[in-house]
Design a protein around this ligand. Structure first.
Ligand SMILES: NC(=O)c1ccc[n+]([C@@H]2O[C@H](COP(=O)([O-])OP(=O)(O)OC[C@H]3O[C@@H](n4cnc5c(N)ncnc54)[C@H](OP(=O)(O)O)[C@@H]3O)[C@@H](O)[C@H]2O)c1
Length: 226
């Protein structure tokens, strides 16, 4: 398991849960967000860092020595605004990878339906297209990465004991943020997770006893060599 972990979007609803779990596992955790300070305190044991994925100058000091990155930034939906999907889901990810001085392990939170051409969500600034472009940057990076495509996020705490993983981007459903955080942390931990892209949904059944086997049963990504 890795040591210094930056959670980009670590002040958000999912990011906080990821930060909390990583702190519990004794990692050095940096929660990264744009605001002047956390709206609520981040988990005790983590540090907060103000940085913006759109501005490389803000990223260098916080990312130069990290062993791992979890990227769970929420995009804007206006293609012309500063929060455009291009700026946050593609260019911002490139900025983060460039600022990471080591070769970090990376877990990218994407979303379901990114491969659906003509989907109405893409009318919002090319949201799906730019997310997919960001995924592809990571898949071609040579880094040990995992791409998680969660279903529609909820803050439910009951009724979703486990998680199911799918591939092919054909399924739809929801996922609690707590379950998404668990998937992200397990993807950082397990040696079988790198090199995979998968969708994640709540399951009425408990999560598998061994995440290593669950990730290991997935089809690895086939990356086209340019
Ligand atoms: N909502 C859904 O149903 C759904 C479905 C699938 C996937 N997702 C994705 O799942 C992830 C987690 O979602 P969530 O709802 O838990 O997120 P959230 O609560 O909206 O948190 C988003 C985080 O991103 C940070 N952020 C935004 N722009 C940034 C920038 N330019 N630089 C640095 N940090 C930035 C925010 O902090 P600051 O504002 O302080 O910068 C915040 O910490 C997101 O990527 C989301 O798009 C959501």
């Amino acid at each position: 398991m890795t040591n210094i972990v930056a959670v980009i979007g670590g002040t958000g609803r999912t990011g906080r849960l990821v930060v909390q779990r990583l702190v519990e596992q004794h990692h050095v955790v940096r929660a990264v967000g744009r605001r002047a300070g956390p709206v609520r305190p981040v988990a005790q044991g983590a540090t907060f860092h103000r940085a913006d994925v759109r501005d490389p100058a803000t990223l260098a000091s916080v990312l130069s020595d990290v062993d791992a990155v979890v990227y769970c930034v929420e995009p804007g939906t206006d293609d012309k605004g500063p929060d455009s999907p291009r700026a946050t889901m593609h260019d911002g990810l490139l900025n983060v990878l460039a600022a990471a001085g080591r070769q970090p392990r990376v877990v990218l939170v994407s979303q379901i339906q990114v491969t659906h051409r003509g989907h109405p969500l893409d009318l919002f600034g090319g949201l799906l297209s730019w997310r997919l472009a960001g995924e592809e940057v990571l898949r071609r990076s040579g880094l040990p990465y995992t791409v998680v495509r969660p279903g529609w996020l909820t803050d439910e705490t009951a009724g979703a004991p486990g998680v199911q993983l799918r591939q092919g981007d054909r399924a739809a459903g929801s996922l609690t943020r707590a379950n998404l955080a668990e998937v992200c942390v397990q993807a950082l931990r397990c040696r079988t997770a790198p090199g995979t892209t998968f969708e994640a949904f709540d399951s009425p059944y408990p999560s598998p006893a061994t995440w290593e086997q669950t990730f290991g049963a997935l089809d690895p990504d086939r990356v086209a060599v340019a």
